[in-house]
Design a protein. Structure first.
Length: 230
């Protein structure tokens, strides 16, 4: 399904801005997107993220609370700042996690293809939390089945993954953080989908809105002077 990523969509890592203008107030990026990773403990969320942002090959420790990773990429000739929120699967029963959903442009729901309960928990618990707590109602979701390198231990078929994605009305991709296969592709897929939603693009715009606010303030002062508002 993720193979549907448009060929015209170019995507590459960007080096940090070196121009002094970036630190002098002009935006260092065109858009800033918040991407949240959720799913049961040990499904591989942190591993996927680590492989996306670096060549690191070490085993991540279980996440405590939430961890953040930032990466700048170029997509469709725009500079994007991705702030990725890596949540702790074991916090599923906590209440603090609800705030993590606030303002997310994209949510990646991860399960382990060798652990069936991680798949059922996604459909019965995590997906419901997304509906309850995400504040961007057009927020893009992506279902990810990880650890396909362990094919002999597979407990969830590709077809079942695709069926759940259809039910959740989202894209689907299988990957393995171990060999990095399809890891970059899944981030490319979610960014591409965010680009297709104008309201999300507007919310993620890095362009300062100050001139508009100033114009509105002037208009309201003018109105008060004219006695039309009390
Ligand atoms: N074989 C295999 N192992 C993986 C893969 N991805 C992650 N793992 C292993 O699975 C274990 C858990 O990975 P994490 O990335 O810490 O899982 P997590 O979802 O971040 O877990 P929490 O932080 O507890 O929510 C680690 O031992 C990883 O090395 C994969 O694609 N294949
Ligand atoms: Mg983790």
């Amino acid at each position: 399904m993720a193979a549907a990523a448009a060929s015209s969509f170019n995507f590459s890592s960007a080096s940090p801005p070196s121009t002094p203008s970036a630190s002098r107030g002009s935006p260092a990026h065109d858009y800033s997107f918040k991407i949240l990773m959720i799913g049961d403990s040990a499904v591989g969320k942190s591993s996927i993220l680590l492989k996306f942002i670096s060549d690191a090959d070490h085993d991540p420790s279980p996440t405590i609370g939430v961890d953040f990773k930032i990466k700048t990429v170029i997509a469709n000739d725009k500079r994007l700042k991705l702030t990725m929120w890596d949540t702790a699967g074991q916090e599923r029963f906590g209440t603090v996690t609800t705030s993590y959903y606030r303002g997310a442009h994209g949510i990646i729901l991860v399960y382990d293809v060798t652990k069936r309960d991680t798949f059922t928990n996604l459909s019965e618990i995590w997906a419901k939390d997304v509906e309850l707590y995400s504040t961007n109602h057009e927020c893009v979701k992506l279902l990810v089945g990880n650890k396909v390198d362990k094919d002999s231990e597979r407990a969830v078929s590709r077809e079942e993954g695709m069926a759940l994605a259809r039910r959740l009305k989202c894209s689907f991709i299988e990957c393995t953080a171990k060999s990095r296969e399809s890891v970059e592709q899944l981030f490319r897929e979610i960014i591409l989908k965010i680009f297709e939603v104008p309201t999300l693009l507007e919310k993620g715009s890095g362009v300062p809105k100050t001139p508009t606010i100033r114009a509105e303030r002037q208009a309201s002062q003018q109105g008060r002077r004219n006695g039309c508002c009390s």
